[in-house]
Design a protein around this ligand. Structure first.
Ligand SMILES: [Zn+2]
Length: 591
């Protein structure tokens, strides 16, 4: 893993040097450009990523109840892709694919937590910046903050502020706040430079609480959130109307994934690879390009990268997994998608798909096969009835993964190794063996047949025990979660939720046992280390708590809960200067 990191890092550096050498050579060797042959101006690029937005909830994708006038109007002047899929129904891996043109098994980001996009990757923003573009990214959730690695190459990058301990989940901002930042940047940008502008909206992500003006008349609150985002896209497009009219704007609108909304038991997203989760809207408006065209070939989030680079006239330094959408689509193309979330967080089979225009193969310990339906929802599982198709598509998936992986192994996602000092310190506290090294990710073609597949029953049981609701007392939730982990000791997400619940119930000893069980399965789980610290803190074991918080912060340096609690524990044991330094770090985060 290490060797590949170095190799690719060197390659990127080499590519930059080569570009530099080429520009020097141009300056020295070529005759001065003649006034009558000015170089064609490069197009500016705006990429909108609408978090959690299902294609079939937009008017231009046939949803009669949708109130999405701006996207519907854009579709009339753009190419609309009917069968666009994400590479992973999880925010950071999906965006990493758009920004690198690589499948998750090559860019290495397999989940939001515990992974980051390695600096060695050449991203769209880095390549466009090197080509003279102004690059600006505005994200609405800290899932895509600087700490995720996705900001590399952006001259200007703005994300929501990290909150305090009271706000343990990823903070997010609404579309009007994103747009205020975008407008401020547009007002100060250099009009002579082409730009790459990335705008990310988070509004359709749960919880669905649209502003009143969009809630009124919406079919559901989720649809109200989508209307709010539609209006926000429209506002930015209005601000860019001059660039568009001059024929120098490439506009791309897509989503990182869809939303289950209860389909087969999944309320939100991240587990299943069924159409509601992985089908995304994709509208591409090229300068002077075709308008009102619909394409039905299978395309993927990895295609964004080569499409943008081609429009900008920039060569990609690595062979991307995607293809430029400007090229005619291949009717027989199949696209890849994965979710390791069932495996990483629940101890269930990981899921993979290989989907074409007509058939969709779902690879797991219990494979499925579905035919395309007019409403893009999976119907009857045809796997048993059509074994030849299953075998053919499984072979296609395997060939694709093996060929692409051979082009450049996935970089090891950046993880922080345990220092010898911390290992010794933790061992003194009794945490022997928790650093079993990085979890080895499963080989899709050598899955342990005993791994259960995600089912509506499993998902519903998990959701019932872990979703707060009025009729569920804390003690009842704890009992339900204890019953689940008794049946499925590898249910990481339940161990995590149970640990938190036991902290809320002030049962530090019980919580520590559960979190130690979790850390044996996932030694690099930053939140589990932080919560284990909280268990020790509850029991007034401040030195143990300090060691756990410090380990958590090695894995997630900005974890606000760990920082706040660490400062309190340091103060308790009289390490006032260190406590003050931690509090200063927290204050700096808030600014
Ligand atoms: Zn997302």
């Amino acid at each position: 893993m290490r060797a590949s990191t170095i190799l690719i890092a060197a390659f990127v550096r080499f590519a930059t040097l080569a570009a530099l050498a080429a520009s020097v050579a141009r300056a020295q060797d070529l005759p001065p450009a003649r006034a009558d042959t000015p170089p064609a101006p490069k197009p500016s690029i705006v990429l909108f990523t609408l978090d959690t937005t299902r294609a079939d909830h937009l008017g231009c994708y046939g949803c009669a109840a949708a109130k999405t006038p701006r996207l519907d109007a854009l579709a009339k002047s753009a190419v609309r892709f009917e069968r666009a899929r994400t590479t992973c129904p999880i925010t950071l891996p999906a965006h990493s694919s758009m920004m690198t043109g690589l499948e998750p098994f090559r860019h290495g980001v397999r989940d939001n937590a515990g992974f980051r996009l390695d600096e060695a990757h050449a991203t769209l923003a880095e390549l466009l910046h090197a080509a003279g573009y102004a690059t600006a990214g505005f994200v609405a959730s800290t899932v895509l903050g600087r700490a995720s690695g996705i900001a590399q190459g952006f001259d200007v990058f703005e994300e929501p502020r990290r909150g305090t301990a009271a706000e343990m989940i990823y903070p997010s901002i609404r579309a009007p706040e994103v747009n205020a930042r975008v407008r401020a940047w547009l007002a100060r940008r250099d009009p002579a430079r082409p730009f790459f502008l990335w705008v990310h909206y988070y509004d359709p992500h749960a919880p669905y609480e649209p502003p009143p003006e969009f809630a009124a008349g919406a079919a559901t609150p989720y649809d109200g959130e989508i209307s709010a985002v539609d209006a926000a896209v429209g506002e930015v497009l209005d601000a860019l109307a001059d660039v568009d009219r001059s024929g120098r704007l490439l506009t791309i609108v897509t989503a990182d994934h869809g939303e289950g909304l209860g389909f087969r038991g999944e309320a939100t997203h991240s587990i299943y690879l069924y159409e509601p989760l992985v089908r995304v809207p994709l509208l591409v408006k090229w300068p002077g390009g075709p308008a009102g065209t619909v394409r039905a070939d299978a395309v993927s989030g990895v295609d964004v990268f080569p499409t943008v680079l081609e429009a900008a006239g920039v060569a990609a330094p690595l062979a991307p997994d995607g293809v430029s959408l400007a090229k005619p689509g291949a009717a027989d193309r199949h696209v890849y998608c994965e979710s390791l979330d069932p495996w990483l967080n629940h101890g269930w089979s990981p899921l993979f798909t290989w989907a074409g225009r007509d058939l969709e193969y779902l690879h797991s310990t219990a494979p499925e096969l579905y035919a395309a339906t007019p409403d893009h929802l999976e119907g009857e599982d045809l796997a048993a009835a059509r074994p030849d198709d299953v075998a053919r598509l499984a072979a296609g998936l395997r060939q694709f993964v093996e060929e692409r992986a051979a082009l450049g192994p996935a970089l090891a996602a950046s993880r922080v190794a345990l220092t010898p000092e911390r290992r010794a310190e933790l061992a003194q506290l009794g945490y022997v063996g928790v650093d079993a090294g990085d979890v080895t990710l499963p080989d899709p073609f050598a899955l342990d047949p005993k791994l259960p597949r995600a089912t509506p029953e499993r998902l519903e049981r998990f959701t019932r025990a872990t979703t707060p609701r009025k009729d569920l007392t804390l003690e009842a939730a704890i009992a339900e979660m204890q019953a689940i982990v008794a049946d499925e000791p590898g249910e990481i997400a339940v161990l995590d939720a149970l640990g938190r619940a036991l902290i809320l119930a002030k049962r530090g000893r019980d919580g520590a046992k559960v979190l130690q069980q979790l850390l044996r399965l996932r030694p690099n789980h930053a939140d589990a280390w932080s919560n284990l610290g909280a268990c020790h803190q509850l029991e007034k074991e401040f030195d143990a708590a300090i060691a756990c918080y410090q380990r958590s912060l090695e894995l997630d340096p900005n974890g606000p809960g760990a920082l706040t609690n660490l400062a309190a524990c340091l103060k308790k044991v009289g390490r006032d200067a260190e406590a003050a330094a931690i509090r200063a770090r927290l204050e700096a985060q808030k600014r």
